[in-house]
Write a protein that binds this ligand. Structure first.
Ligand code: PEP
Ligand code: MG
Length: 539
């Protein structure tokens, strides 16, 4: 990889998973096929068979150590490895005199290019799995074992990172991830956030040769390679302060949140994958203010069926043990394409995303509504619609939900009608909340609300400075939504990232916000910060 020289100076990318990391660099770029001359075709064919076996055994072993969702992805890779169609071109090349390494690289490169060029987004997304398989086979052929993950506490640096490489890495001794490409909404970024591995993406092309050490700031998206002593000392001092603060903040976890002037604040958490709750203690929060369901729709098996969704929702409700759980219906589109469902649009953030897409695809939406109505029998469930912009969308979704419930009951199944609320993330709702009184509750999505109010794309680093959630225009809409909630007697919470931002949170509370849902990793520091606030201190 060529591009900007990376040593010494600070490089800026996109923060994808918070926290600080420092460690030796391991470059995880594409494995280059060995240039070993080809041996006898029979011997090369046997090497290929052996590599296929090794790769399958490695994946099967890995499957035993990961959660159900990751295991499903690995199962897909196993199936691909067993697919004759994938390896036939390599076998042909070997018969024609190629080495196994060159044959595998050429066959997989061609398959990856074909998948990437596909019109179908599902196949394009699967090209990452093929890249994963390519790497694994070439490593097996060269006799390498686990590669990158073997160095404890390493910072993995590459163009992009495959999900299995992440899962194979032992993160118990720390470490981080720095990518030239990649995105905070990628599968790997979600895994990194769930495991607390600091990660920066989108640095742009840079020269990865000669990198030995990296300082990673997953909060600001900044990275420094081969730092001098002063930069290293500064980083370590900040890490120590953050570690001390995190330790001190933990004492607030078990207590209900209240400001220094005695105002109670309800603090809930946001989750994506159902497995995320396994490591969390429900008594540390007031429930789940947002469960994003997009993650369930990214499995290799295509769109999830009613049963698998039901199990995922029920698991989270059981964990919450009677606390409120707000599950959002699919918010596909925009920065969250779902292979096989979303369509390509010239301006996806203003296109067919969230509830707009669900209402156009009742076949998919009904499966989710049925699963939710069934899961609702097992806990304190609320259902939330994303990207609502006109009241008719609530009416139509409510009609479909009622219809699904009637259908379930006619089938002799248990179902309940959960309260149906909405995200307030389109300015039209925040400006005239009184028109949306059919909703059971409002939850402010500050991420989208900010980008739509300021016309500053949330995924565009060039306008990141404009898209501030504490811009007076955004705060005015937060206040307007809160007034609308009071007038209609509807609870109002906020589940966008602004709630986890300690510079913005006091301003939100000053607007009258009393319910907030934050990233699990931010729970302790948010509760600690609230305990130090006096309402009116909006600093
Ligand atoms: C938001 O827009 O603030 C929000 C919580 O939804 P998402 O980030 O999933 O779009
Ligand atoms: Mg949103």
């Amino acid at each position: 990889m060529t591009g900007t020289p990376a040593t010494g100076q600070e490089l800026a990318g996109r923060a994808a998973s918070p926290g600080l990391a420092a460690g030796p660099v391991v470059v995880v770029d594409r494995v280059v096929a060995g240039t070993r001359p080809a041996g006898d075709p029979d011997a090369e064919a046997a090497r290929l068979s052996q590599a296929l076996e090794t790769a399958s055994a490695q994946i099967a072993g890995l499957m035993e150590t990961v959660d159900a969702e990751a295991a499903e992805m690995l199962e897909f890779q196993l199936a691909m490895l067993e697919d004759e169609e994938l390896t036939a071109p390599a076998r042909e090349a070997i018969a024609g005199g190629s080495s196994a390494d060159a044959a595998v690289a050429a066959a997989l490169d061609a398959a990856i290019a074909e998948y990437r060029a596909s019109q179908d987004e599902y196949f394009r997304a699967r090209s990452a799995d093929l890249a994963d398989i390519r790497e694994r086979l070439l490593r097996a052929l060269s006799g390498e074992e686990g590669a990158a993950g073997s160095m404890a506490g390493a910072v993995l640096v590459g163009t992009d990172l495959t999900p299995t490489r992440f899962l194979e890495t032992d993160w118990s001794a720390g470490g981080g991830i720095v990518l030239a490409e990649g995105s905070p909404s990628s599968h790997v970024a979600m895994l990194a956030r769930a495991r607390g591995v600091p990660m920066v993406t989108g640095l742009g092309a840079f020269d990865m040769s000669g990198l030995t050490e990296a300082l990673v700031d997953g909060d600001s998206g900044r990275v420094r390679f081969n730092p001098d002593e002063a930069a290293r000392r500064q980083h370590n001092e900040r890490a120590e302060v953050l570690a001390r603060e995190a330790e001190a903040a933990k004492t607030y976890l078990g207590r209900p949140a209240a400001t220094a002037c005695g105002v109670s604040i309800s603090v809930m958490i946001n989750v994506a994958a159902p497995e995320e709750v396994d490591a969390l203690d429900p008594s540390h929060c007031d429930g789940i203010g947002l469960m994003r369901t997009e993650f369930l729709f990214h499995g290799p098996g295509g769109l999830p069926d009613e049963e698998s969704q039901y199990r995922a929702y029920r698991k989270v409700l059981a964990w919450a043990d009677g606390r409120s759980v707000t599950i959002r219906t699919l918010d596909a589109g925009g920065d969250k394409p779902v292979p096989g469902l979303t369509v390509e649009e010239s301006n996806p953030f203003l296109g067919c995303r969230g509830i707009r897409l669900s209402l156009r695809r009742p076949d998919v939406f009904r499966v989710q509504l049925r699963a939710l109505a069934r899961a609702g029998c097992h806990g304190n469930l609320q259902v939330m619609l994303p990207m609502v912009s006109v009241p008719g969308e609530i009416t139509e979704a409510a009609r479909l939900l009622d219809d699904c419930i009637a259908e379930l009951r006619a089938e002799g199944r248990e179902a309940v009608r959960p309260p149906l609320g909405i995200m307030v993330e389109v300015p039209a709702v925040a400006v005239t909340p009184e028109r949306f009184g059919e909703a059971a509750f409002f939850s402010i999505g500050s991420n989208d609300l900010t980008q739509y109010v300021l016309a500053a794309g949330r995924d565009s680093p060039d306008v990141a400075e404009l898209g501030r959630a504490d811009d007076p225009a955004v705060l005015a809409l937060v206040a307007s939504t809160l007034r609308g909630g009071v007038a209609a007697r509807l609870p109002v919470s906020l589940c966008g990232d602004a709630g986890s931002d300690l510079a913005v949170l006091p301003k939100l509370l000053a607007c009258g916000l009393r319910r907030v849902s934050v990233a699990p990793a931010a729970l302790a520091r948010v509760k600690a910060a609230i305990a130090g606030m006096r309402l009116g201190d909006d600093g």
